[in-house]
Design a protein around this ligand. Sequence first.
Ligand code: MN
Length: 426
Amino acid sequence: MPITANDPNRKSWLPVDKDSDFPIQNIPFGVFLTRDDIITVGTRIGDFAIDLGALHQLGYFNGIELTDDIFLQDTLNDFISDGKKTWRLVRNRIAEIFDEKNTALKDNKAHHDRVIFTMDEIEMQLPVQVGDYTDFYSSKEHATNVGMMFRDPENALLPNWLHIPVGYHGRSSSIIPSGINVHRPNGQTLPAGADKPVFGPSKLVDFELEMAFITTDANDLGEPIPIDEAEDYIFGLVLFNDWSARDIQKWEYVPLGPFLAKSFASTISPWIVTMDALHPFKVESPKQDFEPLPYLRTKGKKSYDINLEVHITPESGTTTCVTKSNFKYMYWNMSQQLAHHTVNGCPVKSGDMMGSGTISGPTPDSYGSMLELSWRGEKPVKLNDGSERKFINDNDTVTLRGYCQNEHVRIGFGECSTKILPALKM
Ligand code: MN
């Protein structure tokens, strides 16, 4: 079935700025609360949020097999369970409804008023109920930088890293949408030179520039997903800031890996951009040092050219872009991650979320964390207001942005933004 929604020549009758992340070729999916306190599944074109529940009730999806309440829900999980064919039919239909050549909705004022909201009339929610969250560690540059700082510069990568998409099981209960503030976490740390830990606010709160993919129901217990089919089970992608407390992490992570240093919060951008929308931006993955084992071998383009940025805004209000990276730098692609995740028979469900791991590029201005940008605090990062940062200060807002761009179209993710508040007194 063709992805007619991607037609680069299509224009919408809704106004869209030239550099908007959300042209009619994007059509992401999200969940929002309307001014009447109604929660609904929706999409976005330009700066307008579109109530898909209302569109469905008004008959605009006639001919597509959908249950009556599929969009009248507070998560996208059931819609995602309907599978790739349904996602594509719905996205293609939305493109037709808002095509400038189609005046059916445009000229029906009553329908128009029920379906379309300006962004300031709505409040974005978490788009899915995340059952399980896994975080990978798939950027070679990031793993090398961290290995150099914390272990041995000569042997920065551990021996398994080039053969396995390394990952750990994270905590889904603290995944939050953009716009929710987070308190600096309290925890145990071991001060330099001390032989006993102390308790208090983390001094080294850091962002991790990541993307995350969201899956549909993929496999039953015991059945691996073949790597060639893996992408069929991925609904879409969001920006993902995997907040990290480096001092807590350093003390607690041996031998079982990250725990409380990571589970206090992870922020996502609220619109899920579909794999269909990202299709024009597929690129080859980086050449791998070793040919992976057969179950991890991919053919063709399995990576995506997505520009990524991180901005820090202190209380002064002046914003600084501190890094520019790209999703295409990932050494292990999403197909490899999903094939590896399920090769032991572990089932993957609708709404599961898989983080990429921090995405660092090859140059120091493309590193994906303050840990690397400031090289463990040795090289403070200068901000535009004249201040310096080794890590993230109280009342700093960290904003991730991401977009794909070719000569025809820009497909973006909006923003993934969180303010760090002072630690709670304990
Ligand atoms: Mn991470």
